[in-house]
Design a protein around this ligand. Structure first.
Ligand SMILES: *Cc1c(COP(=O)(O)O)cnc(C)c1O
Length: 222
């Protein structure tokens, strides 16, 4: 068994039924994604639109590609024809850009609303209050090519488990708060990465995004 296959098996075994694994393959070449694919993984997450597009072109068509990184409005067009889920929707402008591109492709695109919960200023996402204000006008009633599936977030990067737990609980709280507004298809709470996904699952994650634990450390210099 390859290293990737055995790491993948390990992560899978640690997830309860009902929690979806997104294998985060950003920066890694198509050959390594192929190894995970051959080990049965079908859902992959990427953070750059052009890289995502190239990998989509190079790899089997039954892969479900998720966009998890910050997305600029002018790059939505690269992924709109095929992307399965956009986790990182963090502004009204981006919502509108995705609607426009989805309509052009004749698709309904699934999205998650990214919420900013971490202590770091730099991380993206809606502040909870800002999101409530935005949603008060019911913008999605006018956006037929978008389907809001849930919420995504990144916890504070710290060894202090109580802080990480607090962040995950905030995300879970918002997920529950917004659920009645969107109905039964609002079923996805995307939180947890390599170093904190077990805690995310304990706090109610339905989807985890795990990269380095499966593929090894990333080398951004390449
Ligand atoms: C890179 C990334 C991940 C995966 O991180 P690992 O620590 O490698 O598991 C998860 N979520 C987002 C948004 C990312 O950008």
């Amino acid at each position: 068994m390859s290293e990737i296959a055995s790491q993948l098996a390990l992560v899978r075994k640690s997830l309860p039924a009902g929690v979806t694994l997104v294998a985060v393959s950003k920066t890694h070449p198509a050959e390594l994604i192929r190894e995970a694919y051959d080990a049965g993984q079908r859902i992959f997450g990427e953070s750059r639109p052009q890289e995502l597009r190239e990998k989509y072109d190079a790899l089997p068509r039954d892969i479900e590609w998720h966009m998890i990184g910050h997305l600029q409005t002018n790059k939505v067009k690269y992924i709109a024809p095929f992307v399965a889920l956009i986790h990182s929707v963090d502004s009204a402008r981006l919502v509108e850009a995705i609607q426009t591109q989805a309509a052009k492709c004749g698709r309904v695109i699934d999205i998650l609303l990214e919420i900013h919960v971490a202590e770091e200023e730099t991380k993206s996402g809606w502040e909870p209050g800002e999101l409530r204000t935005y949603l008060a006008a019911d913008p999605f009633a006018q956006l037929p090519n978008l389907r809001v599936r849930g919420v995504m977030g990144i916890a504070t990067n710290t060894d202090d488990a109580s802080v990480v737990r607090r962040d995950f609980e905030t995300l879970k709280g918002l997920f529950e708060e917004l659920r009645p507004r969107f109905g039964a298809t609002f079923d996805t709470l995307s939180m947890g990465m390599s170093h904190d996904y077990p805690l995310a699952v304990a706090c109610g994650a339905t989807m985890v995004r795990v990269g380095s634990l499966i593929f090894g450390e990333r080398d951004y210099s390449k």
